[in-house]
Design a binder for this molecule. Sequence first.
Ligand code: GDP
Length: 308
Amino acid sequence: LPEPAPEDKEFLPVRPPVVAIMGHVDHGKTTILDYLRKSSIAASEHGGITQHIGAFSVALSSGKTITFLDTPGHAAFLEMRKRGATVTDIIILVVAADDSVKPQTIEAIKHAQSAHVPIIVAVNKIDKEEANVDRVKQDLARHGVEIEDFGGDTQVVPVSGKTGQGIDELEDAAVTLSEILDHRADTEGQVEGWVIEATTKSNGRVATVLVRRGTLKPGTIIVAGKTWTRVRSLRNEAGVVQMSAGPGTPIEVDGWRDQPEAGDEVIQAPNEQKAADVVDFRAELAERIRMAEDMEKINAQRREQQVQ
Ligand code: GDP
């Protein structure tokens, strides 16, 4: 569906930014996510016990909300990118202050640049004696990150995932950037989104859906890849039942006919018959493509035999 015209966009409601955390192994991604998760909406609702659903929302004292993806390896993220969709609005690039720029840091920079996703740098482990924030800034600048200190627009926030120092500033930086980028979305109309994680639990097949547009409610019929559901219940990362989920909100959805996959695009169907038809059509299409590929292989083998 087309994006709303720019002149219409300003009338749409503001939505939370979707933030992914990337960086070199052991630089502190998990530690920072754990720190952030402790202050998530669900944690405040449920005494701090959150479930892993691939994403969580943090409510700030300013009343703003940030949604963090915490899918390890960002499988869904990569799958969606292959299809040209960018689920993330902002990448927080974690760089350890005692280790500076490393191969996976460079990979993350390239990824962000090719996907046109803006970066905020979190220079982590500043509690350590060996920490050298200036060196990190210089190394990043050498790798094409336009650091604020050197006249660019990439913010660098010194943090410690261990002590929590600087994490508020990191959240503020994400909110400020989101305001500049003016993230808004239509909360009405046909629901659209992505599956960011899918699994089987005691209540059956579940998938975490990140809504991009519209509002999911119990009873909404959605198609994801080659399966569909009439939503029975919606649960947040604390397992607490919600009555709705709007844009930028990750929500666990149940009732799937088959297992959806991370990276599947979600669209609303007007009724169950239509949902089933779309799924059948996609299965048939996939089967035809598979048959065509098999035929191509057989033909290639024949041509090879003829040459011999
Ligand atoms: P990841 O591989 O990027 O997810 O890194 P982890 O979060 O697993 O952190 C790797 C190691 O660095 C762990 O032993 C953490 O306890 C430690 N670590 C993470 N953040 C900090 C920090 O801010 N300060 C210190 N001193 N150690 C940290």
